[in-house]
Design a protein. Structure first.
Lengths: 298, 266
């Protein structure tokens, strides 16, 4: 859906983006993760044609993005980190203006507006936008971004300024819209990525440090560790005696390193020797661990 | 007019209508327009009231004869006030959007930046024309009511009004151009002041002043004695700066459109 190759951007002496490459698959929710100042917003603005790239290619659904009045924006919906609207208009008037700009008929705009306002929980809101809370603005931001059924929805840190309730609402909406669009979602909140994203990329020093399907990414760094917690210390001792590579983490917990076969043989030993266990657990690498690892400074 | 441009102008109009600025501006224009004939009407009465006091001080002053010309002279003298009020009230029409980032969702939906430019420029011209019409209309109505303007003078009043209208369009074009160039309203105002200041300085050179737009900024000249006799000559006197102003307006609009396409409105 979105393809970026060899992208560079410099502001004065500072090179922010240094040869960025990544690909967003269709109908994915793509988490674009990086620390503050990593270049997430800069990248998104270049995708939207709001900033000129120094070098590189950006393709949206196969069409090249150009700086200025780019035609690729016809198929993109954009939700800025702090969306600002015309406070003197009502939600319906604002969406009607958006519909006109997107070239929708009045009838389509009206139907689509009602549908979207219902989806984002603003259907009953008849007042002007002036006085809307941040969460309400963020929800209206999603509605305006989706008015023309875009192929790609770009959200720049949509949850970073919201309270937990507001965050959950936005994440639920983004999860829902995956059926009709591809979502590129920048954030530094890793729990949000774990909650809704299908794919993830970690941006570090202007390049992608790690990218892929979220399960694959986790497996990449997974060293096949699993642990067994026995009911009594004697069970743990028996395990350590039988499996020389096993390491005792504490009196009742033993850690193993190995593949599924190794795990099954441990479970068979437990069963054959009637060793009661409290738990057998595969140790998964969390996104946070991964992020810390790939973004740590040498 | 295409649908998007029309929708954009309607949004701009809704803004000035709902926040009350349009009504306030029209009331100000009405008030200043009314002041011209009223000041002319009240001046002899005020002088008469002060006659005794002035006599004691040894000043002998005959009350002037007030005619329609006096009212139109006031009109010419105050003609800058509505324009100044307009620039201060509506001059941030571009820059407030840059600061608030309200254009970002619009542009990322495919709204052409030139549509933003033409829509805002059109609204500025429309609002100013409305205010200027009120200013002129009120002065005309009361001047006709009190004195009646003879045909020859009325001809000169029309010329004077049209001439200053063109000059006001030059000011609006400067406003649009600098609003495309800068992100801050202060930058726009300072640049406009600098241009007008430079025009005043160059205006001191007799040969240069004859071609500068500033020449048509003082249309009251057309009402002065002397111009009556050599009116045709006077109009020719204004023809060159008139043409220069038109050319500058067109050039600035073309430059604004070119720059707007490259401008970061985010």
């Amino acid at each position: 859906m979105l393809s970026i190759e060899g992208l560079y951007k410099r502001f004065g002496d500072k090179e922010v983006i240094k040869g960025l490459n990544f690909h967003v698959p269709k109908n994915s929710i793509y988490g674009f993760v990086g620390t503050n100042g990593a270049g997430k917003t800069t990248t998104m603005k270049m995708v939207l044609g709001l900033l000129a790239a120094d070098a590189g290619t950006i393709l949206v659904d196969g069409e090249r993005v150009t700086y200025g009045n780019t035609d690729t924006n016809r198929g993109i919906g954009y939700l800025p980190d702090v969306p600002e609207f015309y406070s003197f208009l009502t939600t319906r008037e604002y969406l009607a203006l958006c519909g006109k700009i997107c070239g929708l008929s009045d009838k389509t705009t009206k139907t689509r507006s009602e549908e979207l306002l219902k989806r984002v929980g603003l259907a009953g809101e008849k007042h002007r936008i002036k006085g809307f809370s941040r969460g309400m603005k963020q929800r209206l931001g999603i509605a305006q971004a989706l008015i023309n059924r875009p192929k790609l929805l770009i959200c720049d840190e949509p949850t970073s300024a919201l309270d937990p309730v507001g965050r959950k609402e936005i994440l639920d909406i983004l999860k829902e819209v995956r059926e009709e669009t591809t979502v590129l979602f920048s954030t530094h909140i890793l729990s949000d990525v774990e909650r809704i994203c299908t794919d993830v990329a970690f941006l570090k020093d202007g390049v992608i440090a790690l990218e892929g399907n979220i399960d694959q990414v986790r497996t990449l760094k997974n060293n096949g560790e699993f642990l067994v917690e026995t009911l009594s210390p004697t069970g743990a001792e028996a395990l350590c005696a039988h499996f020389p590579k096993a390491k005792a983490s504490d009196a009742q917990t033993v850690t193993f390193t190995g593949n599924d076969d190794e795990m099954l043989s441990v479970m068979a030993f437990l069963s054959e020797n009637n060793i009661p266990v409290l738990k057998v657990e595969r140790a998964e690498t969390s996104l946070e661990d991964l992020f810390m690892e790939v973004t740590k400074h040498e | 007019m295409n649908n998007v441009l029309f929708a954009w102008i309607r949004k701009e109009f809704t803004d000035v209508w709902r926040n009350g600025r349009l009504i306030i501006f029209l009331i100000v224009c009405f008030g200043i327009g009314l002041m011209n004939p009223i000041t002319a009407k009240l001046t002899p009465m005020l002088i008469e009231m002060m006659q005794d006091q002035m006599k004691e001080m040894g000043i002998v002053y005959d009350p002037p004869t007030i005619t329609a010309l006096t009212s139109w002279e006031q009109f010419a003298k105050n003609i800058w006030i509505p324009l100044l009020v307009f620039v201060l009230m509506f001059g941030n029409i571009f820059t407030k959007e840059y600061g608030a980032h309200t254009l970002t969702p619009m542009v990322t939906k495919g709204l052409k930046k030139t549509t933003v430019l033409w829509g805002k420029a059109f609204l500025l011209i429309l609002l100013w024309t409305a205010g200027y019409t009120v200013y002129f209309g009120v002065t005309l109505m009361y001047t006709e009511y009190y004195w009646g303007t003879e045909a020859e003078l009325m001809g000169r009043v029309w010329d004077m009004t049209a001439m200053f209208y063109l000059y006001s369009l030059f000011i609006l074009t400067l406003l649009v151009f600098f609003s495309v160039l800068w992100r801050e309203y202060s930058g726009v105002l300072v640049s406009m002041a600098a241009i007008l200041g430079a025009e005043m300085i160059f205006g001191m050179i007799p040969k240069v002043t004859k071609v500068l737009p500033g020449r048509i900024s003082s249309p009251g000249l057309l009402l002065q004695k002397g111009y009556e006799e050599r009116y045709e000559y006077a109009l020719r006197d204004f023809a060159v700066p008139f043409a220069v102003t038109l050319a500058v307006i067109v050039t600035l609009f073309v430059l604004s459109a070119i720059l707007m396409k490259r401008k970061s409105v985010d």
